[in-house]
Design a protein around this ligand. Structure first.
Ligand SMILES: [Zn+2]
Length: 322
C-alpha cells in the first residue's frame, strides 16, 4: 500500500464517521457531535411530496404554559404536532412535519416573538415528522437528530435537512435560561427515536411511541417491541403532566399507562397463540381486545394491523425446539 493511498483511505474514513467532530463546538450543547456537511453535499433526494403549497392547510401555534408552545398542522393522512420553546436567545422547534407548515411556522415565530429559530429537533428519521427541517436550516437553524437517524435520511434520500448535530444517549440544550434534554432510551418506533424532556414545564415529547386514547399506527412500522416498552416505562417514571405524541391530542401519564398495558397484553396473547401452534389465519381471529381499547381512535382500521405487527415481531424473536 503506498502512502498516498493510505492518506486517502484515512481521509475517507474520517469523513464517513457520522458524528465525526467537525467545526466549532456549540457552547449551548452538552453531548453533541457535529456532522461534516461536505460529505453529503451532492446527495440525491426524492421529490418533497408534501411540499406543495396548500393555502387550505390548517396550522396552529398555541401556548401550553409559559414559554412552551405546541404547533400543529393537518398533514394528510393525520394531524401532526410538536412542541416549541421560545427563549430570548432563540426558539427550539420539534418536528416541523411538512415543508409548507415549516415555512408558516418559521414566519409565525419571527412575527410573534421576534426571535430566530436556533434549533430544530427531529424526534426520528421519518419523512412525515422531519419534512420541512430544510426550511429552518436554510434560515440558519441547526438540526439535531439521534445518531442512528443520519443513515436513513441519506439512504432513503429523504427530502429533509441533513442534520448538523447528532448524539448517542443524551443531549442537553441550554439556551436563554431554559433547559431541554433529549434522551435516546432504546430503539422503539425506529432506532433513532429521541424523547424530549422540558423539566421546568413538566412536559415531554413522545412522538409516535406515546398514544392518547388512539391505536398505535398500522402494523407498528419500524418497530422494536422491547425498546418500545422500555421507552414507555421510562416515560412513566418522569414528573410530567403534558405529553405531546406528535399527533392529534396530547396524552397524560394515565393514557401512557393504558397504552403500555395494551401493548403488553397484545404481545402476551400473540406469543401464547403462536406457541399453541396457531397459524396467522387462526391467530388473528382469536386475539381479544378490552372494551376500553375498542373505543380508541382508529380501532377499526388499526386493530388487525396491530396484531399483524406483533405477530411479525414475535415470529422473528422465537425458536421453539429448533
Ligand atoms: Zn414515525
Amino acid at each position: 500500500m503506498n502512502r498516498s493511498y493510505l492518506l486517502l483511505s484515512c481521509l475517507f474514513l474520517m469523513l464517513h464517521v457520522p458524528g465525526n467532530i467537525f467545526g466549532q463546538q456549540d457552547p449551548h450543547l452538552t453531548g453533541a457531535a457535529y456532522v461534516n456537511p461536505a460529505v453529503y453535499k451532492n446527495r440525491e433526494v426524492l421529490p418533497d411530496i408534501f411540499g406543495k403549497p396548500d393555502p387550505g392547510l390548517e396550522k396552529t401555534l398555541t401556548q401550553v404554559k409559559g414559554n412552551l408552545y405546541r404547533h400543529t398542522n393537518g398533514t394528510l393522512p393525520a394531524l401532526h404536532s410538536g412542541l416549541v420553546l421560545i427563549t430570548k436567545e432563540g426558539a427550539i422547534v420539534i418536528d416541523p412535519a411538512l415543508t409548507q407548515a415549516a415555512i408558516w411556522l418559521n414566519e409565525a415565530i419571527k412575527k410573534r416573538f421576534n426571535v430566530p429559530v436556533k434549533y430544530v429537533i427531529l424526534t426520528h428519521a421519518h419523512y412525515d415528522h422531519a419534512g420541512g427541517s430544510q426550511v429552518f436550516q436554510q434560515a440558519g437553524a441547526k438540526v439535531i437528530i439521534q445518531k442512528n437517524g443520519l443513515e436513513p435520511i441519506i439512504g432513503e434520500k429523504l427530502p429533509v435537512a441533513v442534520p448538523d448535530i447528532v448524539y448517542d444517549k443524551q443531549l442537553t440544550i441550554t439556551l436563554g435560561g431554559e433547559t431541554v434534554v433529549l434522551h435516546h432510551i432504546a430503539p422503539s418506533h425506529s432506532n433513532s427515536m429521541s424523547v424530549v424532556l422540558f423539566p421546568k414545564y413538566k412536559a415531554l415529547q413522545l412522538t409516535d411511541v406515546g398514544e392518547s386514547k388512539t391505536m398505535p399506527y398500522n402494523d407498528f412500522l419500524d418497530f422494536y417491541y422491547d425498546g418500545w416498552m422500555e421507552t414507555l416505562d421510562w416515560a412513566l417514571k418522569q414528573d410530567v403532566d403534558f405529553i405531546d405524541v406528535g399527533h392529534y391530542t396530547p396524552a397524560t401519564l394515565d393514557d401512557i399507562r393504558k397504552e403500555r398495558d395494551y401493548m403488553e397484553d397484545l404481545h402476551r396473547q400473540v406469543l401464547n397463540l403462536v406457541r399453541e401452534g396457531q397459524s396467522w389465519d387462526q391467530l388473528y381471529r382469536n386475539v381479544k381486545f378490552s372494551d376500553e381499547v375498542k373505543t380508541w381512535g382508529g380501532f377499526d382500521a388499526m386493530s388487525k394491523l396491530n396484531i399483524l405487527g406483533m405477530y411479525r415481531w414475535v415470529s422473528n424473536h422465537r425458536r421453539g425446539i429448533w
